[in-house]
Design a protein around this ligand. Structure first.
Ligand SMILES: Cc1ncc(COP(=O)(O)O)c(C=O)c1O
Length: 397
């Protein structure tokens, strides 16, 4: 079938929850993907920060093949070696002592919210349930995580809203201070906001949040679903701020493509989850955890983190030069390889025009072109994207 046939059939039978572009992607390799008509694209969306190792990374593909021949699924009623190895790998390299596995970012955040409430009620009193999050944040699409998300638009039509969340402007420590009351149990933030428009917090903000949490006996939850797993240039985004959370969530790039989520916590906090308090049939299954273990090892053992830091620096320089040349660019934002161009106008049309020239990019928060290439992206690939953007921005400026 060609693009048009897939698009027509898709519109008939697939729920209309995404405003999809009119191409059907059928194959990927490294930073490139192909559609059903055989057109090639440079992929600077990477499944929205999922394909951090590029498309079909050999280590992950091999691990899936091997695990699929041994066991696809059993149950969390039994110990699962690949799950244990993945938990060991993640806890060896982070602040955390325990990992809970699930299947998506929203589920990881649900687990974080449940754990924060349970721990806080057990240790601080039964009124402790309120979680403060940031305006313009994004934490998922379940009923709990749309309540956690600081954007009204994700809740429209789904009332009644789940109670227990309050929102403050991201980066405003005084507002956070004022929002804390005796029912507050935790603060949940993205170390860099992704969907909110690639927003890096002001210097010192996250440290000040940590101090405020410590002073008030609150847990600090970092949602690293989008910015974890090397996206910002370190394995976890919190490392660059010198701020350690109590709970962290991961998903997206954790297995380099296949679906998985994880919630990591310090031992003392994780202890509030006993048998029966939380669970997931598929969470931590042998196939996904084998894939994730291979993806994690590739990130560190194959030098991809170092490579991504260089690529991020180079890409940023090129974007800064674009910003100097084009009046319609207000600002270059981001960290590592989550980068954004904040425009003076809407970015949606540019995304479509770039696609017509064989470049896949994305727009967040209406006016921010967001770039999330695989961490393996080369200078030549960055140059090609910059060339196309230069031409498109010239038309606006
Ligand atoms: C920061 C953040 N948290 C949570 C989610 C939800 O993840 P999922 O779509 O896997 O449920 C996303 C998705 O974009 C995200 O960017």
């Amino acid at each position: 079938m060609n693009n048009q046939q897939w698009v027509e059939q898709g519109l008939k039978v697939v729920a209309d929850t995404y405003a999809r572009y009119p191409i059907a992607l059928t194959r990927g390799e490294g930073c490139r993907v192909w559609d059903a008509d055989g057109n090639e694209y440079l992929d600077f969306v990477a499944g929205i920060a999922v394909n951090n190792l590029g498309h079909c990374p050999p280590r992950v593909v091999d691990a899936i093949r091997e695990q699929a021949g041994q066991m696809l699924h059993c149950s969390n009623l039994y110990h699962i070696p690949a799950q244990i190895e993945l938990a060991q790998w993640l806890t060896d390299r982070s602040f955390a002592d325990k990992a809970f596995f699930c299947n998506s970012g929203a589920e990881a955040n649900e687990a974080a919210v449940k754990l924060a409430r349970k721990y806080s009620k057990e240790n601080g009193g039964s009124e402790k349930c309120q979680i403060i999050t940031a305006l313009a944040s994004f934490h998922g699409r379940t009923l709990g995580t749309i309540a956690a998300t600081g954007q009204e638009k994700v809740r429209v039509g789904f009332a009644p809203q789940m109670p227990g969340f309050g929102y403050v402007p991201y980066g405003d420590i005084d507002a956070l201070h004022q929002a804390i009351d005796p029912s507050t149990c935790a603060v949940m933030l993205e170390p860099v906001q992704g969907e909110g428009g690639v927003v890096v917090p002001p210097a010192g903000y996250l440290q000040a949040v940590r101090e405020l949490c410590d002073h008030n006996g609150l847990l600090l939850i970092f949602d690293e679903v989008q910015v974890g797993c090397g996206r910002t240039g370190s394995l976890f985004a919190y490392e660059q701020e010198g701020v350690t959370p109590d709970i962290m969530t991961l998903a997206k790039a954790l297995a380099g493509g296949p679906p998985i989520g994880a919630m990591l916590a310090r031992e003392e906090i994780a202890a509030s989850f006993g048998p029966g308090s939380h669970g997931s049939t598929f969470g931590g299954n042998p196939l996904m955890t084998a894939a994730a273990l291979a993806a994690c090892k590739a990130l560190t053992d194959d030098g991809i983190l170092e490579q991504s830091r260089e690529a991020g620096k180079y890409f940023r320089q090129q974007l800064e030069e674009l910003a100097n040349r084009h009046l319609c660019v207000k600002e270059v934002r981001g960290r590592g390889l989550i980068l954004g161009l904040h425009l003076t106008c809407e970015g949606g049309d540019l995304v479509r025009q770039a696609m017509d020239q064989g470049i896949l990019i994305n727009c967040a928060a209406g006016t921010v072109l967001r770039f999330l290439p695989p961490l393996t992206v080369s200078r030549n690939e960055i140059d090609r994207v910059i060339d196309v953007l230069d031409g498109l921005l010239a038309k606006i400026s």
